[in-house]
Ligand binder design. Structure first.
Ligand SMILES: [Zn+2]
Length: 176
């Protein structure tokens, strides 16, 4: 039994190394670099999330295992930089407050949230430039995963169009 468990653990470790684009150490390295910029102490955790990555507003950011396994260091850096902006700029409580103040008005909340998304994309671009990383992998992630927003009416979607997001990220990138 012990042998089987040891074998399974070894297999899992091998699979992790084979299929991960980035290692756990690289993920921590990204977190450290982003915390350095903001002077923050946010923790990243690999956890399934339908959004790919998610800021909780509690100093904790989730990243989906699919992202870690299939995207490059630069792409994940951009995605996490976006979530770090949400955390450090207090976006999550602001969106909840907006929702409350608007009397649960979905359209108003969506439009407000879109502004916060563009702000986070701006700072994602800026963070990538700060560390001399290319912007393109993050833009490719936006093109790949933001499609649904492009075909949804602006009032009904929580995220801006891909084009708007690319423009915001590029503006941030060119701000340094
Ligand atoms: Zn976001």
């Amino acid at each position: 039994m012990k042998k089987i468990i040891t074998g399974l653990i070894t297999l899992l470790i091998i699979l992790q190394i084979t299929f991960s684009q980035i290692t756990y150490e690289q993920l921590q390295d990204i977190a450290n670099k982003l915390n350095y910029i903001y002077g923050s102490n946010i923790v990243v955790q690999i956890y399934p999330t339908p959004l790919g990555a998610m800021a909780t507003g509690q100093g904790l950011v989730f990243i989906d295992p699919y992202f870690v396994n299939n995207e490059s260091y630069e792409a994940i850096f951009g995605v996490l930089a976006h979530e770090w902006a949400h955390e450090n700029l207090g976006h999550i409580p602001q969106v909840f407050l907006q929702q409350w103040l608007s009397g649960n008005n979905v359209y108003q909340t969506n439009l407000f949230n879109q502004q916060k998304e563009l702000e986070a994309d701006y700072y994602a671009g800026r963070a990538l430039k700060m560390y001399n990383l290319p912007l393109e992998p993050y833009i490719n992630v936006l093109i790949k995963y933001n499609k649904a927003s492009d075909y949804t009416h602006p009032y009904l979607r929580s995220h801006p169009s891909t084009q708007e997001r690319i423009e915001a990220a590029t503006k941030g990138y060119n701000s340094i």
